[in-house]
Design a protein around this ligand. Structure first.
Ligand SMILES: [Zn+2]
Length: 196
């Protein structure tokens, strides 16, 4: 697991957080490829404005992401840190303070303990920042994000159409809060936080 912290660890009292997947939510996926440097990082349309709105909720915002490019030798940890520092800086210029990023650097076949849909990235962040998982939200675009959220005991919010599916169970999106566009993210997340 690779953790990159931008904020002081551990609040005194347990509080909720907003976890957010990276590729496909914050930035565009590169079909069949990975983001290997900052010049390949393209923000999803409207996501910076949406993150600015989410930041008004006053909760820590933490990136939770699988980055198998590291395990495949396409990107080293320093390179991933560089991309993350650029992301932090770009968001900070907008007034959005990213608290941390937690990455699984492994390949699927490594059978590690941290790759989503396992909940370890969320659990480590919760330990580090004294986060109450049951009152927290995880915004992701794939079924593995939803599964990780549920395994950690926090609330999934599906961003987009949910095209990244890893099983053939057709009902996986049933009863799931969905934000189809960046314009919906604040409202859906806020509603979900109230219900949590
Ligand atoms: Zn891992």
């Amino acid at each position: 697991m690779l953790r990159i912290l931008f904020s002081d660890i551990k609040g005194a009292t347990k509080s909720p957080a907003i976890f957010i997947d990276r590729d496909g939510v914050i930035n565009r996926r590169r079909p069949g490829d990975y983001v290997l440097n900052w010049s390949q990082f393209t923000f999803m349309p409207g996501i910076q404005a949406a993150l600015k709105q989410l930041a008004t909720l006053g909760l820590p915002i933490i990136v939770i992401s699988n980055q198998a490019a590291v395990g495949k030798g396409l990107l080293d940890r320093v390179g991933l840190e560089e991309i993350t520092k650029h992301l932090h800086k770009a968001l900070a210029a907008d007034g959005v303070s990213l608290a941390a990023a937690y990455y699984c650097p492994h390949r699927r076949e490594d059978n590690c303990l941290c790759r989503k849909p396992k909940p370890a990235l969320l659990q480590s962040a919760a330990d580090d920042f004294n986060i109450e998982l049951s009152r927290s939200i995880f915004i992701g675009d794939s079924q593995t994000d939803v599964q990780a959220a549920r395994a950690a005991g926090c609330r999934p919010v599906l961003f987009g159409a949910g095209l990244h599916v890893c099983s053939d169970s057709p009902g996986w999106k049933a009863d799931l809060p969905v934000a189809l566009t960046t314009q919906d993210l604040l409202q859906v997340t806020a509603k979900c936080l109230r219900g949590a």
